[in-house]
Design a protein around this ligand. Structure first.
Ligand code: DCP
Ligand code: MG
Length: 353
């Protein structure tokens, strides 16, 4: 039997904004784009939610529902930093962490011996530590699998915890509306309603064969989920070894100069993506990739840490000279230092050195 924790921060972007400007506390606050840019709401405080405002709603609509809504532009860098802090706390309990978004992650703590091996105590401690360190609240769900843990973290949101013990699973799942199952969206839940299925208990009466006939590959999955069975493992994010951006041109590029003129945009995109990674990623090589019109591909890499035009032009020139002619695709990228652990410590030497 596994022990899975699902953590989800409450009104994440908005909570960070309120933390950094306490005068916003208790007010309807939304983070999102302005109306003139056809903006949408990324998220909003629970006060704003009482007006019917929610994520992905056009800002224009939100302001109609609540004219005194305080609208704040997103500060992704700050949210990203907060997310990294949270993950650092999680990593004290397990290395099996599967982030779903900046504010959400599954933790498999089955093997943990901390806090007497109690997943509930671990989840409580994580909630306390996140609040102490970041001054935001997170909700937690504890259950024997991912599906149930995710449902559980939503159960007592905001600032809540809910534990589904193995013994509770059968009773809990029976009453659960099928639309609460991850992957059962509006259209599927309508289809299920059309055949008289509203709760998991109703779904349990349909046999595997019929479910597969009606819902294809989703059938067997539904058969399991409505019984509270979900064997998906928690998969930790593999560390990136490299990062690149490339562009396939609508028309072949015919000279080196023209290739060089395409570089600034590519490098710009690369740098935007690099900024999104946490500080533990250290560039050690840069590379270019060229696909020629005959589909042969060449890449050329060089030691270096600067991702600017001056660094890429000589590389590109050299790679282009291998087969001067028409170019279909151009890419620029970097590889990262690999001897770095999750905490961002550089291990160039083993402990004996
Ligand atoms: N987000 C976004 N656009 C969306 C949904 C979410 O930009 N359509 C961002 C803003 C959220 C963050 O992702 O703060 C996390 O998403 P959640 O769905 O977890 O929503 P919140 O954390 O804001 O609220 P809660 O989890 O309390 O419901
Ligand atoms: Mg959240």
């Amino acid at each position: 039997m596994r022990k899975i924790i699902h953590i989800d921060a409450d009104a994440f972007y908005a909570a960070i904004e309120i933390r950094d400007d306490p005068s916003l506390k208790g007010k309807p606050v939304a983070v999102g784009g302005t109306t003139d840019q056809r903006g949408v709401i990324a998220t909003c405080s629970y006060e704003a939610r009482t007006f019917g405002i929610h994520s992905a709603m056009p800002t224009r609509t939100a302001l109609k529902l609540c004219p005194h809504l305080i609208l704040i532009k997103p500060r992704m860098d700050v949210y990203r930093a907060a997310s990294a802090e949270m993950r650092r706390i999680f990593s004290d309990y397990t290395s099996l962490i599967e982030p779903l978004s900046l504010d959400e992650a599954y933790l498999d703590v089955s093997e943990s011996t901390l806090l007497k091996g109690s997943a509930t105590l671990i989840a409580e401690e994580i909630r306390r530590r996140v609040f102490a360190k970041l001054s935001i609240t997170v909700s937690a769900g504890v259950a024997p699998n991912k599906m149930l843990a995710k449902i559980a973290s939503d159960w007592n949101k905001p600032n809540g915890i809910f534990v589904i013990t193995p013994k509770m699973v059968d009773d809990f799942i029976r009453d659960l509306p099928v639309k609460k199952i991850h992957g059962v969206g509006r259209s599927l839940s309508q289809k299920l309603l059309n055949i008289g299925v509203e709760r998991c208990e109703d779904l349990q009466t349909i046999d595997l064969f019929t479910l597969t006939q009606k819902f294809g590959s989703m059938g067997p999955r539904l058969y399991d989920l409505c019984r509270g069975i979900d064997n998906r493992p928690v998969v930790s994010e593999r560390r990136r070894k490299s990062l690149s951006v490339e562009n396939t041109f609508s028309e072949d590029v015919t000279s080196l100069d023209e290739c060089i003129s395409k570089l600034p945009e590519l490098i710009g995109k690369l740098n935007v993506r690099l900024k999104k990674l946490d500080a533990s990623y250290i560039v050690n090589k840069i590379f270019v990739k060229i696909k020629f019109s005959d589909f042969t591909t060449t890449t050329l890499e060089r030691q270096g840490k600067f991702t600017n035009l001056e660094s890429y032009i000589p590389l590109l020139s050299e790679a282009y000279d291998r087969q001067p002619g028409k170019v279909r695709l151009l890419g620029v990228g970097v590889t990262f230092e690999e001897n770095i652990d999750q905490q961002g410590q550089l291990h160039l030497f083993s402990s004996e050195d």
